[in-house]
Design a binder for this molecule. Structure first.
Ligand code: HAM
Length: 424
């Protein structure tokens, strides 16, 4: 065993080959969000612990056992690395009064932190792209959020399945909670230890139990569906109608409850069976009470977040590669005169918007050409003292057949640019 310092368990480096894919993904995502009129919000990675306790819920798994919380020794404040982005977004919206002139469509991306047991698709630092639409009441926004996801899946060449449910409104959930407590309390003998612990704090989570001995009891438990008010049902019907009108297939899953407390009405998850146990690639729903709960003027809201690691794993499982940006040119040079000219040529290429890697570290032409090839550049721009004296370069295509040609720098730039537009 080496005693070198390693990264923290469950927190991964993103090396250049992987970063290229992430950048390709991020470019697709930014453009997709722009087309839907969403604007980016960037919030701090650290927040006051109380924010997450209030927003996500004191008796959720995230708050009870997954948060990275510590006391700032300089002032005694309890701070937490954000486990998700909705709470911070709502905090920022309230703090800066962003809803003063109507609804806002926001998005964010970045690392989130949860102290879970790491496994494939589940990390302690993971990354989300999140979308929050604040200030919109109607079912149309719920449907828009789902339709836009479907649009992105098409672009990424993946096809996760949509599961949908409604949690109704607060009063219905309270009634359901009381009924669940009464029901489970009258079956104390069947409850396992977890269920007993949750009976009064979070009886809804008992329904999630994986314990086969609890299955029959759970199947017969009071259903939230039976408590829902007409208004919530009408809202849910309208969401479904909009999805059908947009050709979005879905399955209603009455067991879909989500692990964060702020949701009401529509909740959804995009799931796949191609990633093993961690099959939810994107999840969200409506959270109409949260803005008020965190101290703002009441405002409806809905959103979702997708896990970037899981989504990219799904893209890869489908055999698709997101285009990775390779340099346009790798500049190979030998000789003092050539080196000085190579710097100038690199500058000209970059000013023209091309990505040019200038060979550093010397070496023979042959070894430099090997590096050029390994860089995946489309062209080698070769400069010897001859070329330098004539203020020309030799252009050699590396990715496709073609003769090498000696040309003026301006012509070389034009040539590479034309070749890339043809390719696009
Ligand atoms: P969430 O279901 O906790 O919701 O997380 C959303 C997504 O983040 C998951 O579906 C999954 O793809 C990814 N994810 C969660 N935990 C991990 C992990 N440990 N490792 C890798 N990926 C993970 C939320 O976070 C809500 N804020 C979503 C939302 C936004 N609802 C309304 N607006």
């Amino acid at each position: 065993m080496s005693n070198n310092i390693q990264s923290v368990r469950g927190m991964n480096d993103c090396l250049p080959d992987v970063s290229d894919t992430w950048q390709g993904f991020e470019a697709i995502v930014r453009d997709w969000l722009r087309r839907y009129g969403y604007r980016e919000i960037r919030t701090p990675i650290l927040e006051h612990t109380g924010l997450f306790k209030r927003a996500i819920g004191e008796v959720t798994d995230i708050v009870e056992k997954e948060m990275y919380t510590f006391v700032d020794e300089l002032n005694g404040e309890s701070l937490t690395l954000r486990p998700e982005g909705t709470a911070s977004s709502v905090r920022a919206v309230i703090q800066h009064n962003l809803l003063y002139d109507g609804g806002k469509r926001l998005w964010y991306t970045g690392p989130m932190f949860r102290h879970e047991r790491p496994q494939k698709g589940r990390y302690r630092q993971f990354h989300q792209v999140g979308v929050e639409a604040l200030g919109f009441v109607g079912p149309d926004v719920d449907a828009e959020l789902i339709v836009m996801c479907a649009d992105l899946w098409k672009e990424l060449g993946i096809a996760p399945a949509l599961q949908l449910n409604t949690l109704g409104d607060h009063a219905a959930r309270l009634r359901h909670r009381e009924k669940l407590i009464a029901y489970y309390a009258s079956h104390q003998d069947v409850l396992d230890e977890d269920a007993r612990r949750r009976l009064h704090s979070n009886p809804l989570r008992i329904l999630d139990s994986k314990n086969p001995a609890m299955q029959a009891l759970n199947d017969a438990a009071p259903k939230l569906m039976d408590e829902l008010e007409d208004e919530a049902l009408t809202h849910f019907d309208a969401v479904q109608a909009l999805l059908r009108a947009n050709d979005i297939a879905f399955e209603i899953n009455p067991r879909l409850v989500r692990g964060l407390d702020y949701y009401n009405r529509t909740v959804f998850e995009w799931v796949t069976d191609q990633l093993g146990a961690q099959g939810t690639v994107c999840a969200g729903g409506r959270y109409d009470g949260l803005v008020e709960q965190l101290g703002g003027k009441p405002a409806p809201a809905a959103g979702f977040a997708m896990g970037i690691e899981r989504l990219l794993a799904l893209v890869e499982a489908g055999g698709r590669r997101i285009a990775t940006p390779a340099p346009d040119a790798y500049i190979v040079h030998a000789g003092d005169l050539a080196q000085a000219f190579a710097w100038q040529v690199a500058g000209s290429l970059r000013s023209a918007g091309l990505a040019a890697v200038l060979h550093c570290g010397g070496g023979s032409f042959k070894s430099q050409m090997k590096k050029a090839d390994a860089s995946h550049a489309r062209y080698a721009v070769i400069i010897g003292d001859d070329e330098a004296a004539a203020q020309q370069v030799t252009l050699k295509p590396l990715r496709e057949a073609g003769e090498q040609t000696r040309v003026e720098v301006a012509r070389a730039i034009q040539f590479i640019q034309e070749a890339s537009t043809q390719k696009a």
